[in-house]
Design a protein. Structure first.
Length: 116
């Protein structure tokens, strides 16, 4: 499974960005798709996820500001990020996992920088 992210960049606080992640390769049985991030000098953290049934989950720090969605026909997951804060600055990674397996597949990451 290959994951390719796009959509990162520089934005002012209060602005919006949309990240995309497209999966290719052997993508059958991919049930979990989500986003993690690693702020500069900090550990990685969970951001949001969506499973094949459509259920979503969010970190408390992004609830009400970020929205994850999925287009199964395009094998793509999106992360709409609104009301961005400088604390959202991080490298954002897309992740995918097959049903009933523990191995995650990862994208290369895309940098989001929020200026104050």
């Amino acid at each position: 499974v290959q994951l390719v992210e796009s959509g990162g960049g520089l934005v002012q606080a209060g602005g919006s960005l949309r990240l995309s992640c497209t999966a290719s390769g052997s993508i059958s049985s991919i049930s979990f798709m989500g986003w993690f991030r690693q702020p500069p000098g900090k550990q990685g953290e969970f951001v949001a996820s969506i499973i094949s049934g459509g259920n979503t989950n969010y970190a408390d720090s992004v609830k009400g500001r970020f929205a994850v969605s999925r287009d199964n026909a395009k094998n793509t997951v999106y992360l709409q990020m609104n009301s961005l804060e400088p604390e959202d600055t991080a490298v954002y990674y897309c992740a995918a996992r097959r049903s009933l397996q523990v191995t995650y597949y990862w994208g290369q990451g895309t940098l989001v920088t929020v200026s104050s």
